[in-house]
Design a protein around this ligand. Structure first.
Ligand SMILES: *[C@@H]1O[C@H](CO)[C@@H](O)[C@H](O)[C@H]1NC(C)=O
Ligand SMILES: *[C@@H]1O[C@H](CO)[C@@H](O)[C@H](O)[C@H]1NC(C)=O
Ligand SMILES: [Cu+2]
Length: 266
């Protein structure tokens, strides 16, 4: 028997790798923290402790609208709590580095935080209530399908800068970072959500504890920002709740890496 993968299978694998993406690392004030490596960590009995939530997403896949009410929409498929965290001051920005994002995958870039209480390492993910701190949708609609948040991400070295609002009370938070690809979204259930979660300890003197919603209540398959034809001129409505007061849009920029950090284990 020929044990080599067939040309067809190789082609499919290549297509999958080429057509989707995931986060490789995040950078906070020059310090780079590893993400969850979908190509190796899922195969390990004891994967390294990182600040990113774990997922057996070895297919480099996405979550579909028909799974918006399942736990997979919280932090990706079968996600498990990150076992460490990174510390960030409110008001600081975090650069989130993706693998090469496909040009065809136009759509918004959205970021949320959820307060974990005592520990993001042990919190029950179904109790997390997310509030929105950043959203960028259709930036320029001059030429259909337009220039989108994730086109900005591509121009920004496939990375995204998000600011932790200054007014947030210090504490333990999950950052839920998400790209939604809308190239097929004119067909029901064909939007593609790519979310990744990270554990943060936010320091500072803020006092706000914004109300949030469960991730399973963020979107519905027929939201105008989810079931949408981007190949015709449109006014795009970014899905999910409004941004909190104090959320500050930042100009996209890369973050030079000056050091490598490791997740803090409580
Ligand atoms: C996620 O968990 C379900 C239920 O245990 C399982 O059927 C499915 O194969 C898992 N998915 C992945 C990608 O591991
Ligand atoms: C651009 O991204 C690559 C990884 O894809 C990274 O190695 C490099 O440092 C980044 N460049 C800048 C200026 O951030
Ligand atoms: Cu894709």
């Amino acid at each position: 028997m020929d044990r080599k993968p067939s040309a067809l299978l190789l082609g499919l694998l290549a297509t999958q790798v080429a057509s989707h993406g995931h986060v490789t690392n995040i950078v906070i004030n020059g310090v780079s923290f590893d993400g969850w490596d979908i190509n190796s960590f899922p195969y390990m009995d004891e994967p390294p402790v990182v600040v990113a939530w774990g997922t057996p997403n070895t297919a480099n896949g996405f979550i579909s609208p028909n799974a918006y009410t399942t736990d997979d929409v919280i932090c990706h498929v079968n996600a498990t709590n990150a076992q460490g965290f990174a510390t960030v001051a409110a008001g600081d920005s975090i650069n989130i580095q993706w693998t090469e994002w496909p040009e065809t995958h136009h759509g918004p870039v959205i970021d949320y935080l959820a307060d974990c209480g005592d520990s993001c390492e042990t919190v029950d993910k179904t109790t997390l209530e997310f509030f929105k701190i950043s959203e960028v949708g259709l930036v320029d609609d001059t030429d259909v399908p337009g220039f989108w948040g994730d086109d900005q991400l591509i121009e920004n070295n496939n990375s995204w800068l998000v600011e932790i609002p200054t007014n947030i009370a210090p504490g333990n938070y999950v950052l839920r970072h998400e790209l939604i690809a809308l190239h097929g979204a004119h067909t029901a259930n064909e939007a593609q959500n790519y979310m990744q979660c990270f554990n943060l300890k936010v320091t500072g003197s803020g006092s706000q504890s914004p109300a949030g919603v469960a991730a399973t209540e963020l979107y519905t398959p027929t939201d105008p920002g989810i079931l949408v034809d981007i190949y015709n001129p449109l006014t795009y409505t970014i899905p999910g709740p409004s941004m909190i007061a104090g959320a500050t849009p930042v100009t996209q920029a890369t973050s030079a890496i000056t050091a490598t950090g490791t997740a803090t284990v409580a």
